[in-house]
Structure formats: structure tokens, C-alpha cells
Design a protein around this ligand. Sequence first.
Ligand code: SAH
Ligand code: SF4
Length: 417
Amino acid sequence: MAPMLHPMVKSADIPMGPSEFVEKIPLERYVAPEKPSLIGLTRAQLADALGSFGVPQEQIKMRVQQLWHWIYFRGVTSLDEMSSVSKDLRAALAERYTLARPEIVAEQVSVDGTRKWLLRLPGEVQGERPHEVECVYIPDTERGTLCVSSQVGCTLTCTFCHTGTQRLVRNLTAGEIVGQVMAARDRMGDWPGGTRPADGVVPNGERCITNIVMMGMGEPLYNFEAVRDALLIVADGEGIAISKRRITLSTSGVLPNIERTGAEIGCMLAVSLHAVRDELRNELVPLNRKYPIADLLEACRNYPGVSNAKRITFEYVMLKDVNDSIEDAKALVRLLKGIPAKINLIPFNPWPGTRYECSDWEQIEKFSQVVFDAGYASPVRTPRGRDILAACGQLKSTTEKLSARERMALRAMAMVE
Ligand code: SAH
Ligand code: SF4
């Protein structure tokens, strides 16, 4: 069947007035593959799925338990491997579902062992050009952190962020978010009995992926439900079982969903602050025009579960001669007084065409000394994977390279075929 055309959305090159806050319009939409993947269904959704094709009610709980174990504990990639599930049920599932995760189409390994994967996802037209997101694995001696994306591109336009320049935007599904973790565990041999890659760096210890940060492409709190469902699956103790204390969600400050993040997900929160004055933050993080600093900090004070043992991380990108003065540092510690906080100074990671520069190292040291003297430990984040454009804010898949004309031509072709 020919796919439906949707009304053309005009170019995302929306002029931004100096005081006006405009989000980019999502350009492309997701078309579900012919058979959906079971990955990303919550336990309740799995139960509904089983019920919908006649699994007796009294068996459903046990079947969900079995499937959960095979999918999220063992990490099987084929329904045939589920040996404790009856053949009939496997066949019924195979008719309707797959266990597909996003496909890794390219891998780059940095000199420091960081890996960046380009993942392929369904696009707007079935069988035509797919969408892409990036996912980054950062190994350390004792831990391995996976940096996961929540959207293809981002509707926000923070001026120092490469992802913000990408025009193509769509939300990822819960399955595509959990799928990044699954694909990474497949590649790193992180399921029971798996084999580690021969190259790169892996941490000591049983697990390769011990921590998750929602700091890849996209604004996770603009895709709240999918991110919530995905993170609850990742944290589930009978599956992947990464504790909520090891999962950090970073937001540019989508106020209405901050409280929900604490209440409904319960993970660690990081807030991209980057400036101590509204005037400057309006420029760096345009969402500040909607949710200014004072309101944002108020939401942080009230973040469910916040305490000295569960602090909020405030991220602050170090931009030369923009936000890196000693006065800024002093204002920063004054501003955060009374909030259980960690401060994370991020040296700016440059990308092709940016107008910003990273602060000089001496300036970062002076700035961090002020922060350190105020009682915040080890505040500077070491940049990782810069040589492969894998560091914070450098992610940008090339999906957008398709021009509007090319997209129209592809759609037209798909209609004819
Ligand atoms: N959209 C979310 C999460 C993704 S970005 C957010 O903005 O919080 C993760 C972190 O990298 C954010 O703090 C973001 O502001 C920061 N960042 C973006 N571009 C950067 C760059 N070029 N150099 C350093 N940090 C950057
Ligand atoms: Fe989007 Fe975060 Fe980049 Fe801002 S910093 S454009 S919110 S991904």
C-alpha cells in the first residue's frame, strides 16, 4: 500500500527575532515498520498484546515474566531462542512482532576508547531513507557510561550545540530509546555469556555499561512519556537492571516536566544552566525565554527526592569571554545556595561552523577554583571522544542532508511504487 502523504511542512529556517522564542517545527515523521518490535513495551503493554491474540488471562502474568527475562535479561535477538516459551506462542508472536533494535550502521572508536555509533531507524516513508541518531559509549576504569538520544535532532536551538542546528526532528519511541541500550549491550557483549570487542577500552568488572545518561541528541523532557517508559524498563530489576541512581536525565529546563521526572521516573536530574543571568541565558538556551532562571531553580528546589545524597547536577559549558568570568563563577555559587547541587563545568566542544570558543584552560581552572572553594568537588568534566565528534553537544546525524526537494521526490516515488 502506498504510504500517506502528510502536508508539507515548510522550511525550518524560521527567523529568530531577538526577544522571540521560536521552536523549530519537526520536519519528518516516523512510520512504524510493518511488524513492531516487542522492545519498549512496558509489562502492562506486553500483557495487553498477549491478551489481544488469545493468551488465556490466567497465563498472562507468567508469560510476561518469561518474555521479560528473555528480552531484557538474556538479550535474545530471535524469538526462537526463547526455549521456555511454547512453540505455538513463539509462532503467534513471530507473526506479529520482532525483537528488532536500532541497527548500528557505523562505529567510530576514539583514541581515548570512546565509541560512537550511528544507528538507523525507520523514517518517514516505508522502505525509503531511514532516520539516524547517534549514541556514545564512554568507558572508564570502573564504569562505562552510555549516552543515549531521545530525539532525532532537537526542536530547541541552543546556540552552542551542534544538535540544535539539525533541521530534521522527530521523537524517538520508547523502543528506540531502550533499543539504543540493547544495541550497545549487543555490541559490547554485555549480555550473559557475551563476548567483549577486541579493540577499544572496557571497564574492569562484570558489566560494560553501568551508567546511562540521557545526554545525546534531543531534549528528553519534550518526549516525556517515551523517555519515562524506556528508563523504567532499563531500571527494572528483572532485566537490564541499571539502578535509577546510575541513570541521569539532562534537560535544558522544560519546567512542566521536571516534577514529573522525579515523581514518575525517579532518576537523577541534570540541568543545563550555562548562564547566571537571564539576558545571557536567553541567548544561549532560548528556552529560557519561556522558563527563566528563577522559576527553573524553584523547580529544582522542589524536585521530588532531592537531598544531599541525591543532588541535582548543574551543567555549565565554558565559553570563552561569554560566561567564564570570575564574577560569573561567584554568581553561580550564590545562585545555587540552598539547593543540594553538584556543579559540572563542561569545556566547550567545538564543531564545524560554531561561533564559540572553549575558555582557556587557566580560566577554567580559576573558575573551577571558585566553585571548589564553595564546597563543590571535582567540577570539570573531561571531554571524551572529541576526535570523533562524540563529545557533549557535538552529535549531529547527517539525515538532514536530504533536501526538501529530495524528500518530496522520494515520497512521490514511493507513492508510484
Ligand atoms: N537536551 C538536553 C540533553 C542533551 S545535551 C540538554 O540540553 O540538557 C547534554 C549536555 O551537553 C547539555 O548540558 C548541553 O548543554 C551540553 N552541550 C551542548 N553542546 C555542547 C558543546 N558544544 N560543548 C559542550 N557541551 C555542550
Ligand atoms: Fe537541544 Fe540540548 Fe542541544 Fe539545546 S543543548 S539544542 S536542548 S540537545
